[in-house]
Design a protein around this ligand. Sequence first.
Ligand code: SF4
Ligand code: URA
Length: 195
Amino acid sequence: MGKEELMKKLEEKIRNCQKCPLGQLRTNAVPGSGSYDAKVMFVGEAPGYWEDQKGLPFVGRAGKVLDELLAEIGLTREEVYITNIVKCRPPNNRDPTEEEIKACSPYLDMQIDIIRPKVIVPLGRHSMNYILRKFGFEPEPISKIHGKTFEAYTLFGKVIIMPTYHPAAALYKPPIREELRKDFMKLKELIDSSP
Ligand code: SF4
Ligand code: URA
């Protein structure tokens, strides 16, 4: 089976999933969007109000920040893949629970295995914690390790992990916007130098 077929099947499975209580509360599950051949994969936390309404990731205010950051390094959404650790919206946008992350993260693991990205960018603390632990690294405060790179070895080859802040952080803490901009410049270098 090719990537396209595998991803379509997985998305269908996510849209019908009832593995955790969030399945009963959603309007739409949000599997992810973008290119299945993307070199870079962004991993946010969980859908918010607009994502739940539309079934697409990062389409609200945080999404607008993400679009701007991508544009600053000459990328479009169509060239990257964007998803979240948890695929259904937690009520009132609360943080996803450990149980929800445990139930949902196998979908993210499968998406990574199918897409085989060169670079994974966890957006925010929850995503960073999950991705770093998954690849055997010990998480540290995001203020300390944003923009740093971690090399992981997978069955499909080397993958570079570069955590950064969640784009929503730039909305309530404006100085974070500049940190994000710098991290995205680094990301551009990583993408340009990876085969
Ligand atoms: Fe299934 Fe994930 Fe939605 Fe829970 S959040 S119902 S595990 S897709
Ligand atoms: N915040 C996230 O973490 N993910 C989205 O898709 C939207 C907002």
